[in-house]
Design a protein around this ligand. Structure first.
Ligand code: DC
Length: 222
């Protein structure tokens, strides 16, 4: 079974998706981490991020593995390095590259072929798994997301005002939603969940309820 969770940055997708996967006993596919791993490799090798072909070649040559909470890049644990601000800043350029996306989609579909997964990203319900049994689009009000992100950054020692975070976030949202390839839009059959006034537990409860309904419906018609 494939469950997809798409939506903008800082809507709580990763945390909710990971918790949901744990409750269901599914694998968690953090697709943003995959784009971040390619970005890290490109920065380390000083590959210009506007060189489409070089980036696609790089993406095809990398071994990216998601193992529990760890992200391995050619065998090296890069779970912390991929969360670096520089990687975050440049990952959008890498994610805009059609060749990189082609490579990542192959890896993502491969992961979904043999396992039950909760796949989290921007294009999981629209492009990667259009036939997923259960699709969610998780959002929160822009100011709520910016506040959450500011707290997150402060914990990592980065003190930025909410206004700055919001400005950056708006730019990122516009870009993700308007790009030509795999834009961040809800699938027509996605269930919208607004987490602005919900706790993480409430969000996960509501997603889990829906997945269990679908599971029980599918087992009845099987
Ligand atoms: O969700 P995140 O911040 O870890 O994502 C990192 C980058 O990858 C971000 O620029 C959005 C992009 N992304 C994407 O384009 N498609 C996905 N399925 C997942 C992430």
């Amino acid at each position: 079974m494939i469950v997809t969770i798409d939506g903008p940055a800082a809507a709580g997708k990763s945390t909710a998706a990971r918790a949901l996967a744990e409750r269901l006993g599914f694998d968690f596919l953090d697709t943003g981490a995959m784009y971040r791993a390619v970005t890290l490799a490109a920065l380390r090798r000083k590959i210009p991020l506007d060189n489409e072909q070089a980036l696609e070649k790089l993406a095809a040559s990398l071994k990216i593995e998601l193992r529990g909470k760890a992200v391995l890049l050619d065998g090296e644990d890069v779970s912390v390095a991929i969360r670096d601000v520089e990687v975050t800043k440049h990952s959008r350029n890498v994610a805009d590259n059609p060749g990189v996306r082609r490579q990542m989609v192959l890896l993502q579909r491969e992961a979904g072929r043999s396992h039950n997964i909760v796949a989290e990203g921007r294009d999981q319900g629209t492009v990667v798994f259009p036939d997923a049994a259960c699709k969610f689009f998780l959002t929160a009000a822009p100011t709520v997301r910016a506040e959450r992100r500011q707290v997150d950054l402060a914990k990592r020692g980065l003190h930025i005002t909410v206004d700055q975070v919001l400005a950056d976030q708006n730019e990122r949202d516009d870009r993700d939603a308007s790009r030509a390839i795999a834009p961040m839009v809800p699938a027509s059959d996605a269930i919208h969940v607004d987490s602005s006034h919900m706790s993480l537990t409430d969000v996960v409860d509501s997603l889990e309820r829906r997945v269990r309904q679908v599971q029980s419906h599918e087992s009845q018609i099987a």
